[in-house]
Design a binder for this molecule. Structure first.
Ligand SMILES: [Zn+2]
Length: 116
């Protein structure tokens, strides 16, 4: 993420977990220092919240629902999923070949993936 100052209402290209590609996001709120605190995908309305430039929350928009979590599938950072218990989530980190951190709402949970 760039260090330039942003303003609410700016359009910024960034990775959308639901679209699984870089899309234009409209900034909802920024800090006094011009750091993004929340933004919504223009394509699917999925909203992401940030703290110190790190994504800390994600709220599913009205766009296409992501695929249901499958532990045999291999996930990558930024990918979205629909978990049967936790709901809409986004992969925030791939820790080990078979462990990922996934953000559900504002809670990060550790899940397995890429299992045989
Ligand atoms: Zn999107």
């Amino acid at each position: 993420m760039k260090t330039e100052k942003y303003q609410a209402g700016d359009s910024v290209p960034m990775l959308c977990s639901a679209c699984e590609s870089e899309t234009t996001h409209t900034l909802n709120t920024v800090t006094k220092l011009g750091k993004i605190t929340s933004a919504s995908c223009d394509t699917c309305q999925t909203a992401s919240t940030f703290k110190a430039g790190v994504k800390v929350g994600v709220t599913a928009g009205k766009g296409k629902a992501p695929d249901v979590y499958d532990r045999r599938r291999k996930y990558k950072k930024g990918q979205a999923m629909m978990h049967p218990h936790f709901g809409h989530g986004e992969v925030t980190a791939v820790l080990e070949p078979q462990k990922i951190d996934v953000l559900f709402g504002d809670t990060t949970r550790r899940l397995l993936h890429a299992l045989e």
